[in-house]
Write a protein that binds this ligand. Structure first.
Ligand SMILES: Cc1cc2nc3c(=O)[nH]c(=O)nc-3n(C[C@H](O)[C@H](O)[C@H](O)COP(=O)(O)OP(=O)(O)OC[C@H]3O[C@@H](n4cnc5c(N)ncnc54)[C@H](O)[C@@H]3O)c2cc1C
Length: 510
């Protein structure tokens, strides 16, 4: 039942994006023999339906989906990736890269049946040259963080979960708590190696194939298969993790809390240090009481600096029900943000990742007035503390500060790369795990209700969204409007240039 419901939601988006739907059986009969022969000739040993490992290999992180790739391959180098792309292209089979497989819509498995998934699991090389790291896109964030720490205590800004893949994450942004200090992971990339749809292995940087580099650092999933990144690294700073919990807030206090938080974060005179990574978490506890907390990490600071920095905000928020301030070194902060208890847990080759059955979507709140106006935040928190306290969906919401002060993320300028939200003050991620006894439609509608509360109460703002929190219900047109409102035209032109036959393709592609 679960699979059928999930498909009905996503296929309605996919089919309207693609025009006509081709059944998998037809696709398979039409192309897979040629495809498989080609892959075998290239020594790629494809995994196909019927093979004992197919079910595990085609299992997505998000169990709402059940896409059936025509084949999965595991090249060991860029030449193998190029051969796979050519096989797909020559046989009319669409191709997708899989790095960490954490796409919320399982787009590495095609986002529909019958694609060729090029899994980058074997591209796990890592090397440092001076302050620059080069890593294969089979590495996950934990692997990269661990390598950098163990080789000179270096660091980059990236997301928190050790198992998120570097390919999808950096290719489409990649936000972490140090991003206000160092930028998105995509912004830290100096150059990359990519196999484009014609099977050519290209290097792209700010000076070489610069248009491709621009597109692949923000809309990376559409422009080929990135096989390696070279990125700037930084000396890994110590930090203070801080958390102020307000377990006794009701909806009204929480809405006022958000208003105070966004004013504090964007204060024009008292500029917030870019070394502050700042969040709000809202989620129900085990008793289904909704809990509001302000937390984050202040890099390079001590506890006295944290206390002085947050005093004006706490004066507005009132007395927290609990406070935590923890001095830590860099790797301790990586572990605690990633929910890991030992350094070994960052090495993703040692244990498989888990899965979830969920729906998520997002909002970027612009820095321009009114940011999130009072009516929208009142409606949002009324939803959290009302329906949110009664639902069986296991939800959480995270507000991540992107801008404010001299943030490097927003300081890059609107067109630095394809990432299209440099005007954002913060993102909101709405995430819900849908238990077995709640239908997917119901779970999705519950999470969508959060975003709707904001949009319905601030219709004058065209809110952007974050492509790495990809919303599986969108058509291609809707997704472009939300993820790339000012970059769509250029991305379409570049797609025509680098992939005129739409070999690399998924339902929200260009
Ligand atoms: C538990 C969890 C925690 C997260 N935390 C954060 C966070 O802190 N910050 C944040 O910004 N995001 C976060 N995300 C979102 C995450 O950044 C995206 O889901 C990201 O796209 C996952 O990348 P992946 O390589 O694991 O996924 P995949 O499913 O492998 O890929 C995602 C998309 O990118 C394409 N792709 C993958 N590799 C390549 C490549 N090498 N070349 C070209 N295209 C490629 C795929 O085809 C697919 O379309 C989180 C996600 C999860 C599930």
């Amino acid at each position: 039942m679960r699979g059928i419901l999930a498909c009905s939601v996503v296929l309605s988006a996919a089919s309207s994006a693609l025009g006509s739907w081709i059944p998998y059986s037809e696709l398979k009969a039409r192309s897979s023999n040629g495809l498989l022969d080609c892959l075998e000739r290239a020594g790629l040993d494809p995994v196909v339906e019927g093979d004992p490992e197919y079910a595990t290999e085609a299992l997505p992180f998000n169990l709402r989906f059940n896409w059936k790739p025509a084949a999965l391959v595991y090249p060991t180098d860029s030449n193998g990736v190029a051969a796979a792309v050519k096989c797909g292209s020559e046989n009319g089979v669409k191709v997708n890269a899989r790095s960490g497989g954490h796409s919320y819509a399982a787009f590495a498995l095609g986002g529909e049946d019958g694609h060729l998934t090029v899994s980058l699991d074997h591209l796990r090389h890592l090397s440092l040259r001076g302050d620059e790291v080069t890593f294969g896109t089979g590495n996950h964030l934990g692997d990269v963080a661990l390598y950098l720490w163990e080789n000179g205590q270096r660091a980059m800004a990236h997301g928190t979960c050790p198992y998120v893949g570097s390919g999808g994450h950096a290719g489409q942004g990649g936000f972490g708590l140090p991003s206000r200090l160092w930028g998105l992971l995509a912004d830290q990339i100096q150059s990359l190696e990519i196999v484009t749809a014609d099977g050519t292995i290209r290097t792209a940087s700010h000076t070489q194939n610069a248009d491709l580099f621009w597109a692949a650092t923000g809309a990376g999933a559409s422009f080929g298969i990135i096989t390696a990144f070279t990125a700037a690294t930084h000396a890994a700073p110590d930090s203070v993790a801080f958390s102020y919990t307000f377990a006794d807030y009701g909806a009204e206090e929480a809405s006022k809390g958000l208003q105070a938080w966004q004013q504090f974060a964007s204060h024009p005179d008292r500029k917030l240090d870019p070394a502050v990574g700042l969040q709000i978490h809202v989620e129900p506890n085990d008793e289904k009481d909704v809990v509001f907390s302000v937390s984050g990490v202040y890099y390079g600071a001590d506890i006295a600096t944290v206390n002085a920095t947050f005093a004006p905000l706490l004066a507005e928020l009132g007395a927290p029900t609990s406070v935590s301030l923890q001095e830590q070194d860099w790797i301790a902060s990586v572990l605690s943000l990633g929910g890991a208890s030992s350094v070994a847990e960052l090495n993703t080759t040692l244990a498989p990742d888990g899965n979830d059955t969920f729906f998520a979507t997002s909002t970027f709140v612009p820095a321009a007035a009114p940011m999130m106006g009072r009516a929208a935040s009142d409606a949002l928190f009324a939803y959290f503390y009302g329906p949110g306290a009664r639902t069986d969906v296991e939800w959480f919401v995270i507000f991540d500060l992107y801008g404010g002060g001299d943030s490097v993320v927003t300081g890059r300028g609107a067109d630095y790369n394809a990432f299209d939200a440099r005007d954002a003050l913060y993102s909101i991620q709405y995430y819900g795990t849908i238990p077995d006894w709640v239908s997917d439609e119901e779970g999705i509608a519950f999470i969508q209700g959060m975003k709707k509360a904001v949009e319905d109460n601030q219709p004058e703002t065209q809110f952007k969204e974050y492509v790495n929190y990809i919303d599986s219900t969108y058509t291609a047109e809707e997704s472009h409007k939300r993820y790339y409102p000012t970059h769509t035209e250029r991305l379409e032109e570049l797609k025509d240039k680098y992939d005129p036959k739409r070999v690399i393709s998924f339902p929200q592609d260009f």
